[in-house]
Design a protein around this ligand. Structure first.
Ligand SMILES: *Cc1c(COP(=O)(O)O)cnc(C)c1O
Length: 452
């Protein structure tokens, strides 16, 4: 929603500058049929109304954050060439921008010699890390918490590796005692730690996982698709800070620039501490890599064709928002942290709700008070609809009894899971908007109470 005329002017200037680099080519007369295209585009705009308003601070539902204006513009500019980062032949400049961006992310992680690349998203990034792990360890068995992203077990089945589910504790973190038990019974090759689970934003105890590695020698993969960038911020709990500090001791790392890194979708990233991981990707394509002996990204990535525009957008964004502690980018994340804590405190004070856990990052989940689990779930759905009717959008999440029970007043457990409300307070604007959001929240709560 941010391409106003000033932005379009910047884009037009940059498009002219781009075109001037190709001015020695003979002119192209491109046939245009602008009025038909305008009609179609207007009908596209109409159809797109059937969406939640993801760009607006009153949307706090799923993990969705609008790309930064600069990313939007750089992506659009690159699209006039549409480079393909699978090989230097497909995009020399955009491949360089990708390598440069990867180095910046690796520097944030704390690795100087890492191998890595961009990819379609967190799912592919984690799949690649699991594939490399399978090839570089002597056991294909993976252990991952029951609160981890659902795609891990799917990817494990794709890779034909066994995936052990480690129980989570009452804070939604990997239960270390259960991990110990599994390690004593199975030859686990890789433990996947999530720093920022998708449901609760919980942080697995990396410190204890690293301690266990000394005895059981497994690989550690970190899934920080959502939570990775919080490494840069100062207003985390001491526990969270500690786990983030230990990231460099892992073997591989995944982060999604399209989640918190201000990028359009189609931008995930996987990094390997040991550049030897490259040998797993080795292949001999007869047709893609013929014009240069330099590294083509397709030689170290699972996918072939990939949008060079994604790398261009990320590179441009990193020029404006370098990944440094206390920088502009870190401060934007800190705004989200302060905003989520305001929301959390409000929920905690309200007699109607109970937060499930204290937010570690910028997600908060809460249950609605009721006598039974099924009544609490029904009330949560009512609340969700009543809020949406006021243009205030949350998400619903179903959690197991064991996570909800400690903080809730539910006495009749007629179901062993409860539907809760979830807010992803991911936009820096949320801090400024929070008083207004809380006021609306109060109004919605009264409505739900009265209609009971
Ligand atoms: C979103 C997410 C994924 C999946 O990433 P996609 O980009 O949606 O494919 C994996 N792990 C975690 C922790 C996530 O939050």
């Amino acid at each position: 929603m941010n391409l106003e005329s000033a932005e379009l002017q910047i884009l037009e200037d940059a498009a002219l500058a781009l075109r001037s680099g190709f001015s020695d080519l003979p002119d192209l007369c491109e046939p245009t049929n602008v009025s038909t295209e305008q009609t179609i585009l207007n009908s596209v705009a109409q159809r797109l109304h059937d969406n939640f308003p993801y760009h607006h601070p009153m949307y706090l539902g799923q993990m969705m954050k609008p790309p930064h204006r600069l990313a939007h513009l750089a992506y659009t500019l690159a699209m006039s060439l549409n480079p393909n980062n699978h090989a230097l032949d497909g995009g020399r400049a955009s491949s360089e921008m990708e390598k440069d961006s990867i180095q910046q992310i690796a520097a944030m992680v704390g690795w100087d010699n890492a191998l890595g690349h961009l990819c379609g998203g967190g799912t592919i990034a984690n799949l690649e890390a699991m594939w490399v792990a399978r090839e570089m360890t002597d056991s294909p068995i993976v252990a991952v918490s029951d609160q981890a992203h659902y795609t891990h077990s799917r990817s494990a089945s794709l890779l034909g590796t066994e995936c052990l589910e480690v129980h989570s504790d009452q804070l939604g973190r990997m239960n270390i005692n259960h991990l110990k038990e599994l390690l004593s019974k199975h030859n686990v090759g890789t433990v996947i730690a999530t720093l920022g689970t998708t449901g609760l934003g919980a942080i697995d105890p990396l410190e204890q996982i690293i301690e266990l590695r000394a005895k059981h020698s497994f690989r550690i993969h970190i899934d920080a698709a959502y939570g990775g960038y919080f490494k840069l911020i100062s207003n985390l709990s001491a526990y969270a800070k500690k786990q983030y500090q230990l990231i460099p001791q892992a073997d591989s790392f995944v982060i999604d620039p399209h989640k918190h890194g201000l990028q359009p979708y189609g931008c995930g990233c996987v990094l390997f501490k040991d550049p030897q991981a490259a040998k797993v990707y080795k292949h001999d394509s007869p047709y893609t890599y013929f014009t240069s002996d330099q590294l083509h990204l397709g030689e170290i990535s699972f996918e072939c064709s990939r949008a060079g525009a994604a790398a261009v957008a990320l590179w441009a964004t990193l020029q404006r928002f370098p990944l440094i502690p206390n920088g502009d980018f870190a401060q934007r994340l800190e705004c989200s942290r302060r905003a989520v804590l305001q929301l959390f405190e409000w929920i905690e004070k309200s007699p109607l709700y109970s937060p499930v856990v204290t937010p570690e990052l910028d997600i908060v989940v809460w249950s609605v008070q009721a006598e039974s689990a099924s009544a609490a779930s029904a009330k949560a759905r009512k609340f969700f609809d009543a809020a949406a009717a006021k243009n205030l959008h949350f998400a619903l999440v179903t959690l197991p009894k064991q996570l909800v029970e400690p903080a809730s007043q539910i006495t009749t457990w007629d179901k062993d899971e409860v539907t809760c409300l979830r807010a992803c307070v991911m936009k820096p604007e949320h801090e400024e908007w929070m008083p207004r959001i809380l006021q609306l929240l109060g109004e919605v709560s009264n409505e739900v109470l009265e209609n009971n």
